[in-house]
Design a protein around this ligand. Structure first.
Ligand code: UDX
Ligand code: ADP
Length: 459
């Protein structure tokens, strides 16, 4: 099928950057991103590209170059579906918060709504591409919804998982390690492969069956998360011995079988994918009664929760076993640098724990505003919104946030944190002045020379 019109349902962290790059690399294809959230669409259409709803280095430039030419953002979902030969489903698939599979299984209601929407309005044959991270065999469910519409329209379903990481999304899309396409119809697979072939070498475009493709996405994320939990487990052992986790990571990373990436010990991984995907994997394994498999992967999450808890426990015990009424300055709220995304960020859980110990939390993040911080804490439902508002303040300036603080906790590895005048910060903090470097980004010797009581992960 010749593709001239692509529709993407869901203008989020996956749909937005992915479609922007597809549009840039395929000037002859009209790419339209639709969303039910009118505010989000308006932000994507904002003339000033610094107001786009998501922040990704390099994205604003691509949107500026393609928007209005062959990249469009609209809430006209039905019309766009009708006009397109290929439809990507890029809606959110959060972990269920109710009913069967609560806290474990992916909530597929948004995906199902999309499938029903497509089934209802389509009048010509369509290739439907799953882009959202989904449990294995979701394509089967989509297929069954689409094929029972009673209309004479042919649907081909493909799985095309996204491997981009936030903060480097544009680079990951422009130069992917691989593109994975799972499907039954060879013709449909080749139609999608041709879209990518505009810039991705053929040998990096893998074709598999649908289920291998779906499972590969969950497995890739599970392996990556497992590496972080592995190095974080070693970091705790380092803190009880004389070993230094950075030295251990370097030493093992030079083994070409292990490799150097993804070995940074931290306060624990966050983001919308890792925990959700592992929970999915565990849920699927349990549903097939594969207890040992489920328990094995669940341990990656248990260790991650332990790491976040350990960080806040250590902070409290170092501050003489009480943080009540003390100002704790948090540098960073996003789940990693170079993104404004805060989903599952370790900062949320550490703050929540410290708040339960009656701390006053002061937050500064270069890309996350105070409203988001409040919303993240309110979502946990640990205390009233009024209490969160009273105990948590956000600042726009790193020197204001740290002024009169008893401790600074580094939650995100933003580059700018390394360039601050730490002497100035020290001078205006309460003494002794503590730093808890949850990302190991500052120089321990320099900090100690200034006078800080400095602690980091795994040393
Ligand atoms: C991840 C996968 O990398 C990507 O392929 C998939 O498509 C989506 O999920 P993302 O969650 O955006 O991407 O970011 P990633 O760079 O993987 O980081 C996830 C979390 O792990 C962050 O909180 C990060 O700070 C943490 N991390 C990463 C570490 O703690 N240590 C590391 O060495 C690497
Ligand atoms: P991701 O990180 O997977 O991209 P986001 O939450 O950032 O997730 O984006 C998903 C987007 O999908 C949201 O903007 C949401 O409004 C949109 N969405 C969810 N359901 C539908 C639907 N049925 N039709 C159109 N858009 C939808």
């Amino acid at each position: 099928m010749k593709i001239t019109n692509i529709c993407c349902i869901g203008a989020g962290y996956v749909g937005g950057p992915t479609m922007a790059v597809i549009a840039k690399k395929n000037p002859n294809i009209k790419v339209t991103i639709v969303d039910i959230n009118a505010e989000r669409i308006a932000a994507w259409n904002d003339e000033d590209v610094s107001n786009l709803p998501i922040y990704e280095p390099g994205l604003a430039e691509i949107v500026e170059e393609t928007r209005g030419k062959n990249l469009f953002f609209t809430t006209e979902i039905d019309k766009t579906i009708k006009e397109s030969e290929m439809i990507f489903i890029s809606v959110n698939t959060p972990t269920k918060t109710y009913g069967k599979g609560k806290g474990m299984a992916a909530d597929l209601k948004y995906v199902e709504l999309c499938a029903r929407n497509i089934a209802e309005v389509a009048t010509t044959d369509k290739i439907v591409v799953e882009k959202s991270t989904l449990p294995v065999r979701t394509a089967q469910a989509i297929k069954s919804i689409l094929h029972n519409t009673g209309k004479d329209v042919k649907f081909s379903i493909l799985s095309n998982p996204e491997f981009l990481a936030e903060g480097t999304a544009v680079q990951d899309l422009l130069n992917p390690d691989r593109v994975l396409i799972g499907g039954e119809s060879e013709e449909a697979i080749e139609s999608l492969a041709n879209v990518y072939a505009s810039w991705v070498p053929q040998d990096r475009i893998l074709r598999t069956n649908v289920w291998s493709s779906e499972l590969s996405k969950l497995t890739a994320n599970a392996f990556l998360a497992q590496r972080i939990s592995s190095i974080n487990a070693i970091s705790e052992l380092c803190e009880h011995t004389e070993a230094d986790v950075n030295e251990v990571a370097k030493a093992i990373g030079m083994d070409s079988r292990i490799g150097p990436k993804f070995l940074n010990a931290s306060i624990g991984f966050g983001g919308s994918c890792f925990q959700k995907d592992i929970l999915n994997l565990v849920y699927i394994a349990r549903s097939y009664n594969l207890q040992a498999v489920a328990d094995y992967w669940e341990q990656v999450i248990i260790l991650n929760d332990h790491q976040k808890r350990r960080f806040s426990d250590n902070l409290i015990s170092t501050l003489y076993n009480t943080v009540s009424g003390k100002k704790i300055a948090m540098l960073g709220w996003a789940f990693k640098k170079d993104t404004n995304d805060t989903r599952e960020s370790a900062a949320i859980y550490v703050a929540d724990h410290l708040l339960s110990e009656q701390a006053n939390i002061a937050v500064y993040d270069p890309k996350v505003n105070g409203e988001k911080v409040q919303a993240d804490l309110n979502y946990l439902n640990t205390r009233s919104e009024a209490e969160n508002k009273e105990l948590v303040k956000s600042y726009n300036d790193p020197y204001e946030v740290t002024k009169d603080a008893h401790a600074v906790a580094i939650m995100t590895e933003w580059d700018e944190f390394k360039t601050y005048d730490w002497q100035k910060i020290y001078d205006q903090m309460k003494k002794p002045a503590f730093i808890f470097d949850g990302r190991n980004i500052l120089d321990p010797i320099e900090m100690k020379n200034i006078g800080f009581e400095y602690s980091s992960i795994g040393k």
